[in-house]
Design a protein around this ligand. Structure first.
Ligand code: SAH
Length: 241
């Protein structure tokens, strides 16, 4: 079974773009398929308009719900429907893993000021964000999510095990990696990694993962208890899955 991706966009020429190269590109047509549809093809007026001015005033244009619904309805088949929006829940690796074992996904890419709010409920869309910054369109976000999913599909990554034990899987960042030369610009690969002692290496890596997560991503440490810290009561909103 292959992972079927459908992307609804005003700029279908952006695809497959970077997804046509390297691992994802080689697997395209085998482990996964990509179908892009131009939202403009679902416009009904003679100007083929897809957007209109925001109700209540303000700058920019909003994508029309009737046009978006027609586009969604033309491809909807039970696959998860993800609407790209900075107002969505930031996507994490756990959701990527869920998606990757499913039948695929339909991505709705916004542009301009975004999507008419009514479409989310009317078509049961999952509002997803790729992070706390604003892009000019949802296409790069959809590509980011697809890249993350496709590399997990069976047969896509060279060594099957390189998809295991990665950053975020235990609520921790991955441990740091090193490769030859052993000494480079006066910096030497940690001795433990050259010891051949697999138990010591595993313990060291786990320690490093905890240390780096504490330093760089205290939010992950808190959320998953990776470093055994009790979350301060009421200090965060744990709405994970
Ligand atoms: N006015 C909106 C931003 C619109 S950006 C706001 O302030 O919330 C235009 C489109 O880019 C959005 O409709 C969405 O599809 C996409 N986009 C922008 N930032 C994104 C993000 N962080 N994650 C996912 N999609 C994003």
């Amino acid at each position: 079974m292959t992972f079927a991706a459908t992307v609804l966009t005003l700029y279908p020429e952006m695809f497959p773009g970077p997804l046509g190269t390297s691992l994802a590109g080689r697997a395209l047509g085998n482990a996964w398929s990509l179908d892009t549809r131009n939202i403009r093809d679902f416009a009904t007026d003679k100007h083929r308009s897809v957007d209109d001015t925001p109700a209540g005033g303000g700058a920019g244009m909003v994508l029309k719900p009737d046009v978006l619904a027609a586009a969604l309805d033309s491809v909807s088949d039970g696959r998860p429907m993800l609407a790209m929006t900075p107002r969505g829940r930031p996507l994490a690796q756990a959701r990527i893993r869920d998606l990757a074992v499913g039948p695929g996904a339909i991505f709705l890419c916004g542009r301009f000021e975004g999507l008419d709010e009514r479409i989310f409920e009317a078509r049961d869309l999952e509002p997803v964000s790729i992070g706390d910054y604003v892009l000019s369109g949802g296409e790069l976000g959809a590509m980011v999510i697809l890249d993350a999913c496709v590399r997990l599909l069976p047969g896509v990554m060279g060594a099957a095990s390189s998809g295991e034990e990665e950053s975020f899987d235990e609520g921790l960042l991955e441990y740091p990696h090193y490769t030859r030369p052993v000494t480079w610009e006066g910096r030497t690969i940690p001795e433990v990694l050259r010891s051949g002692d697999h138990a010591r290496i595993a313990a060291w890596r786990h320690e490093q993962a905890i240390r780096d997560t504490r330093l760089r991503r205290p939010d992950l440490t808190l959320r998953h208890g990776g470093a055994k810290q009790a979350p301060p009561s009421g200090a965060h909103d744990d709405n994970e899955g």
